[in-house]
Design a protein around this ligand. Structure first.
Ligand SMILES: C[C@@H](NC(=O)[C@@H](C)NC(=O)CCCC[C@H](NC(=O)C[NH3+])C(=O)[O-])C(=O)O
Length: 351
């Protein structure tokens, strides 16, 4: 069946809207049956004034959760972990409730509180306090367990970074190697993602990269260059670095069944609603957005200091889009950037 061509003017308009709302720059890369289309706006570095560049690397935030989910689901495919088993079977005594299962982590239904809410209640002080800190997984889990749980296990969707920190612990316990090693072996090398890395706790982004800018809570206060950070507060929940081409390669390979068995990919894309709009859903470490033209796209969003990211593909993997704006703590930028999805996947609005 023919699919609508991407509305790249609409994509550009969304990037410009992201800038108008406070991003120094933004970019998008669409991959489809007619090839690759890219658009950029503004700068990747406010000091040098160097233009945004779709080859440049950046922090992808929670798109990392989909990388972590793929690794764990590959282990499930290999029979090394059972999704409906208690987490405590693999990490004895870690969680105070044996009813919390591996699947509850991947669907954000564990009830484990998100420690990042308190950590970043004051945006810039919170960031400055952790940007050079190295946390153990256990320290992050302890921060979560210090707060009340947010739901009975399995009862409600409650997004939490803690879930994917525990996923990182599971990956390392089950494989006996680091998450970095597992990303490399199972995703980065097989897909030849030459601009994707997990360098936690190193703070710099190697090679050609975008600088990210954090908006302070106080109106009118100067932007904070948040490019260098350990990302240790997020780790397997948000510390992967990538670029638009690699993200499109990743989401399309995932949807085309190159990373998981058909059974496991079906499990991953089996979703439940995350809100009452009936257009936003979550599966296993994967979001589904239902667009106005009826197209359903699968992937993840990312928010990390200085960077907003969208990385989505159609279920058949024939079309993908990744978009990034180098600002954060500015919801209007994130919303504007999200406009790239409708433009790219639904095409030009009928006149
Ligand atoms: C929601 C998003 N989640 C993620 O990407 C994870 C890794 N990021 C967060 O939890 C946001 C942490 C605060 C960022 C900071 N905000 C504040 O400090 C607010 N006081 C900022 O905006 O940079 C997702 O799944 O799409």
């Amino acid at each position: 069946p023919t699919v609508p061509a991407p509305d790249m003017d609409g994509v550009s308009a969304a990037l410009k809207a992201a800038m108008a709302n406070g991003a120094p720059g933004a970019m998008a890369r669409f991959t489809g049956p007619d090839g690759v289309r890219t658009r950029t706006a503004g700068v990747r570095d406010r000091v040098s004034g160097e233009a945004m560049d779709t080859r440049a690397r950046f922090r992808i935030g929670s798109v990392s959760k989909t990388f972590s989910s793929v690794v764990l689901l590959q282990l499930a495919d290999q029979g090394k972990v059972e999704l409906d088993a208690p987490v405590n079977r693999y990490l004895p005594g870690l969680l105070p409730d044996d009813r919390i299962t591996v699947r509850h982590l991947l669907t954000h239904r564990s009830g484990l509180a998100d420690y990042s809410d308190a950590m970043f209640a004051k945006t810039v002080p919170g960031f400055e306090a952790v940007r050079n800190r190295v946390f153990t997984y256990q320290e992050l889990v302890d921060l979560s367990l210090a707060e009340p749980r947010t739901t009975e296990p399995g009862a409600n969707y409650r997004y939490s970074n803690a879930n994917f920190v525990v996923v990182g612990m599971l990956i390392e316990k089950i494989t006996g190697t680091s998450a970095a090693e597992q990303y490399e072996q199972r995703i980065i090398k097989p897909l030849k993602l030459r601009n994707t890395s997990y360098v936690h706790p190193r703070t710099e982004i190697k090679g050609l990269h975008v600088r990210g800018y954090l908006h302070p809570d106080e109106a009118g206060a100067p932007l904070v260059d948040s490019t260098e950070q350990t990302g240790s507060w997020a780790q397997t929940a948000g510390a992967v670095i990538s670029n638009p081409a690699d993200l499109n390669t990743f989401t399309t390979a995932l949807m085309r069944g190159r990373l998981l068995s058909p059974h496991m990919l079906d499990a991953m894309t089996t979703v439940t609603p995350t809100d009452t709009t009936q257009t936003r859903f979550y599966g296993l470490g994967l979001r589904r957005y239902d667009l106005s033209c009826g197209t359903q796209v699968y992937g993840h969003t990312g928010t990390v200091q200085g960077f907003y990211t969208y990385a989505f593909a159609t279920r058949d993997g024939r079309r993908s889009l990744s978009a990034m704006a180098n600002a954060s703590n500015r919801g209007a930028v994130n919303t504007a950037l999200g406009g790239t999805l409708e433009a790219a996947f639904c095409g030009k609005k009928a006149p």
